[in-house]
Design a protein around this ligand. Sequence first.
Ligand SMILES: Cc1cc2nc3c(=O)[nH]c(=O)nc-3n(C[C@H](O)[C@H](O)[C@H](O)COP(=O)(O)OP(=O)(O)OC[C@H]3O[C@@H](n4cnc5c(N)ncnc54)[C@H](O)[C@@H]3O)c2cc1C
Ligand code: FES
Length: 261
Amino acid sequence: MLEQTVQIVSNERDTDSYFRLVLRAPQIAPLIQPGQFSHVRVPTIKDALLRRPFSIFQVEDDTFSILYKTVGKGTEALSRMGTGEELSVIAPLGHGFTMPKRGGETPLLVAGGYGMAAMYLLAQRSPQRGIVFVGGRRRVDILCEKEFHALGWAVRVTTEDGSHGEKGLVTKPLQAELKRHAKGRKLFACGPTGMLRAVGKIAEDFNVPAELSMDEHMCCGVGVCLTCVIPVKTSDGWEYQRTCTEGPVFDARKILWEMPG
Ligand SMILES: Cc1cc2nc3c(=O)[nH]c(=O)nc-3n(C[C@H](O)[C@H](O)[C@H](O)COP(=O)(O)OP(=O)(O)OC[C@H]3O[C@@H](n4cnc5c(N)ncnc54)[C@H](O)[C@@H]3O)c2cc1C
Ligand code: FES
């Protein structure tokens, strides 16, 4: 993990409110593992001390990129930055996905909205191809569909309003696929908490392993402040674990969705 000031190579709109930010970071780029994230300081806002966490989307030569949605003042300000400007980043952070093995379980990736960003490197580096299930509210929330195809993955698209792909939630075609064939498959997911919880339940119902990337609100991003903890099952009960350090990726069977009464 390194803290560095890096230069913006490009920062371009993808669809609607999504942007792709490419950063030149020759020391960070080679260290990145799929599912890890970066913590970015946006220098042009008042509370610039508070960094914003973003999954690492792509790595190419001496650069890495993030794919972000503008939702508030940090991301809005970030979207106004341009080529040549500098940002402070801490990266790579967190515990990422377990890489699928050649001849091992077939990976099924499940992504909702900007969760697709966390999946790209896994899809690219996995020695085994499988199926990517991508879901969003509307067509504009479906990101990198062509890029997943170009990597040789089958892609199943769902939108809630039916404007692209199958109408409904991303879990619908996932369940249908597992009904057809569940044995020897493993799920990897990133997206809104409701989606992750549903994927965890599906994994339990079909008795398939699953890894979920839990994107909780974060402050420090490096394990100090405990803002980001979630309850996780242990051999003798449960404990809080930090999504920024022990996560963001957790084995679905270990996540305690309801606190014990
Ligand atoms: C490990 C991790 C990886 C992430 N990866 C990505 C990514 O690849 N692309 C992307 O677009 N976003 C990602 N996020 C979410 C991103 O960090 C937030 O959208 C961002 O911090 C919002 O900053 P802001 O100043 O624009 O919004 P604020 O003004 O702080 O908040 C605006 C809205 O965004 C919500 N929000 C703030 N932080 C989060 C958060 N951590 N998760 C969900 N909602 C939040 C707030 O509740 C509020 O509704 C990730 C979050 C985590 C924890
Ligand atoms: S964000 Fe501070 S401990 Fe995780």
